[in-house]
Design a protein around this ligand. Structure first.
Ligand code: IPE
Ligand code: IPE
Ligand code: MG
Length: 240
């Protein structure tokens, strides 16, 4: 990778969009796009790990995605189940122990009480098992909405009997309490919007939109995005 490593983002968020269009373009059912998208997710996460990114957040399922046909929703959760199961197996297999070697912590954001129970149980297991891993954090947004995140945080603060709250209180009550704000958010597939992704946390994130559909997204596309990021001047309201 030909970018200045010292200027890389610490936390990247991916809005992985375009799976459906990728499949439709090929005359295939949308689920093929989701399958291919899950494979791309694995490759891109590995790549981020290898180039030294510390936090990666991926938008897997939004609070609004329940509007989709049940068959598609079920299929997406099946893919997530496969992904988590694969990570769990790697974790328990003494010879591979890939997660521990690689030191990947699995984190989630979103209301998990609404997702299938068996997936919920597997996620709790992997979250507990990888809790000590500190080299890399993969934060999976599942049944996640930025607005829901803020409402959840405020309710948490109310339950703690807080009378007056500040920005720091909200930040530390969000699903991302232990995770720094994203520096860079990449959305694939051409739409120029956040679709309810990390609304509070993205206040000063650099945004990047590419027409490339998520199933076509490769490390070379990420390199191009990162090169663009390293040239930006992040001012945070200051003069330069
Ligand atoms: C993103 O791809 C994956 C999810 C939202 C789960 P889409 O399924 O939204 O793909 P398009 O936008 O219809 O092409
Ligand atoms: C955002 O994509 C959600 C995920 C990538 C999981 P959508 O495809 O749901 O967003 P809209 O509907 O185009 O805004
Ligand atoms: Mg979409």
């Amino acid at each position: 990778m030909k970018v200045d490593k010292n200027r890389l983002p610490i936390h990247i968020g991916f809005i992985m969009d375009g799976n459906g269009r990728w499949a439709t373009k090929r005359g295939m059912p949308r689920k093929f796009g989701h399958k291919r998208g899950a494979d791309v997710l694995e490759k891109i996460v590995d790549y981020c790990f290898n180039i030294g990114i510390k936090y990666v957040s991926v938008f897997a399922f939004s609070t609004e995605n329940w509007k989709r046909p049940k068959e598609e929703v079920d299929y997406i959760f099946n893919l997530l189940r496969d992904y988590i199961r694969k990570q769990n197996e790697k974790n328990t297999n003494q010879r591979q122990k890939e997660i521990e070697q690689k030191n990947i912590q699995i984190h989630t954001m979103g209301d998990l009480t609404k997702i299938p129970k068996d997936l919920y149980d597997e996620i709790l297991k992997i979250k507990t098992e990888t809790n000590d891993c500190d080299k890399f954090v993969l934060n999976i947004a599942m049944n996640y909405g930025g607005r829901d995140d803020i409402v959840y945080a405020v309710n948490k603060l109310l339950k703690a009997n807080k009378k007056e709250i500040n920005e720091r209180d909200i930040s530390s009550a969000l699903y991302t309490a232990d995770i720094p704000d994203p520096d860079f958010i990449i959305r694939t597939a051409g739409d120029v919007r956040l679709s309810n992704f990390m609304l509070y946390q993205s206040a000063y994130a650099e945004l990047y939109f590419t027409k490339t559909l998520w199933p076509d997204f490769k490390p070379k596309h990420l390199d191009k995005a990162l090169k663009n990021y390293t040239k930006r001047n992040r001012k945070f309201g200051n003069v330069n």
